[in-house]
Ligand binder design. Structure first.
Ligand code: AMP
Length: 425
């Protein structure tokens, strides 16, 4: 009996995994420059954490979580997103006591949601995200947006749209909520059953409904921007003025609401505008979550963050046909002919690797011709050939595959020779 991979998951094979590493390394380097440090939290958490933070009424909590009971009868859940765990850790480790606030963190790792799999939507996917917790300065909102745009830009993506909105503070949201209820209530029976329960539980999320997107009441729904109080309005204006100052382009979309419960003030998404990207164009989502730290038992500590998935990042790179700057080739392949040369090549390949270069040899007892072919297939920059004559004279023939030149090099100088030649080019 053969066992297949579970639906909605994928194997990342060599050839693809280099792309993942490439994106992760760019993201980590940008985080270093923006002074965000890595945090690693568990893959599973108490189910309660997500109910309390993501929100009981959200699709994630109601329909998408991988929840199980462990042998100690605790309800645990594979994390569907990263913010809840980071905030839990912030509280549990009393990071609010660190003198320099905000605490600026990044994370990366697999997330799990029981969604209907399709292009760009998986049941296990890898998110990269940042959280800045402990400041309500609008400059930090602008900073996290600048950070993620820098990651995309560095990778070579150009066809992006940054969409922002303000969800306002509690007072603004209450006023808007009442207006939404008044707007939808008289005709709520024309909406799906999810929207009908959203009307009482969280009317804002009606605007997020995929099924009722086309209903005429959607287009005329009250805009949050008309319900922002003075403070929220001033906050939003600061955020946009900082984006302007950094020449970061954006569009304001008052219908952008985001699916998770904990957001307020700044909400943003980044879309791919590349042709042929597919139906799901959202690459990244983020926003401010003042109040979440308190909700999880900490002191008042306002936060903001975002997350994107590497899967959709790669899809955007492919759609824009950005060239991958990944080095798949091998520095040196050692071809050994005859038993004595094969034995000698064991320590030889070891020396080249110890000098910091990538090197490989034959492990299938192949003839010279087949070894040379293997060197070619593996795109080796140098092919080093060790036959009986060479071994007797303590030298090796080194072919530079890029220029076609050939040199005789003393055996114990192979690594040094390869290094100098590579540096010279
Ligand atoms: P969210 O946590 O839902 O705001 O999602 C943030 C980002 O994670 C999205 O913009 C996507 O890039 C990515 N994402 C969310 N769900 C999935 C999924 N099922 N498969 C792949 N990427 C996803």
């Amino acid at each position: 009996m053969s066992v297949n991979i579970p639906r909605g998951t994928q194997d990342i094979l060599p050839g693809q995994s280099e792309k993942w590493q490439y994106i992760e390394s760019i993201a980590k380097d940008v985080c270093r420059r923006y002074h965000y440090k890595e945090i690693r939290t568990p893959i599973f958490e108490h189910t309660e954490l997500f109910k309390r933070s993501v929100g009981d009424t959200t699709d994630i909590v109601q329909k998408e979580m991988y929840t199980f009971e462990d042998r100690g009868e605790r309800s645990l859940t594979l994390r569907p997103e990263g913010t809840a765990a980071v905030v839990r850790s912030f509280v549990e480790n009393k990071m609010f006591g660190i003198p320099d606030q905000p605490v600026k963190l990044f994370y990366t790792g697999p997330m799990f949601r029981y969604e209907r799999p399709q292009a760009g939507r998986y049941r296990q996917f890898v998110q990269f995200g940042v959280e800045a917790i402990g400041s309500e300065d609008p400059a930090i909102d602008a900073e996290v947006m600048a950070l993620v745009m820098a990651i995309y830009k560095e990778a070579g993506l150009k066809k992006l749209k940054l969409v922002i909105n303000s969800l306002g503070d509690a007072e603004s949201r209450t006023a808007h909520r009442e207006a939404l209820v008044a707007h939808f209530k008289p005709r709520i029976d024309e909406f799906c059953s999810d929207c009908q329960s959203r009307l009482t539980q969280n009317p804002l999320r009606i605007l997020d409904c995929k099924k009722d997107r086309g209903h005429e009441l959607m287009a005329t729904a009250p805009s949050i921007l008309d319900y922002l109080n003075e403070e929220s309005k001033a906050y939003f204006e600061k955020v946009t003025s900082y984006l302007d100052a950094m020449s970061i382009e954006y569009v304001i979309d008052p219908t952008l609401v985001r699916g998770l419960d904990y957001y307020n003030h700044t909400a943003f998404e980044i879309m791919s505008e590349a042709e042929g990207f597919g139906a799901i164009t959202t690459l990244c989502g983020g926003g401010r979550y003042n109040g979440l730290v308190q909700q999880l038992g900490g002191p008042e500590s306002p936060g903001i963050g975002f997350a994107f998935s590497i899967e959709r990042f790669i899809a955007a790179m492919e759609a824009e046909q950005v060239e991958w700057q990944v080095d798949e080739g091998l520095d040196c392949f050692i071809v050994a002919i005859g038993d004595a040369a094969k034995d000698r090549s064991v320590s030889l390949v070891h020396d080249v690797r110890a000098a910091g270069l990538s090197a490989d040899r034959d492990y299938q007892d192949r003839k010279m011709k087949a070894q040379l072919k293997a060197s070619d297939r593996q795109k080796a920059r140098f092919t080093a050939i060790l036959g009986e004559d060479e071994l007797a004279e303590n030298r090796i023939t080194v072919k530079d595959m890029s220029g076609g030149t050939q040199e005789q090099v003393p055996l114990n100088e192979l690594a040094a020779y390869l290094k100098t030649t590579m540096e010279a080019n």
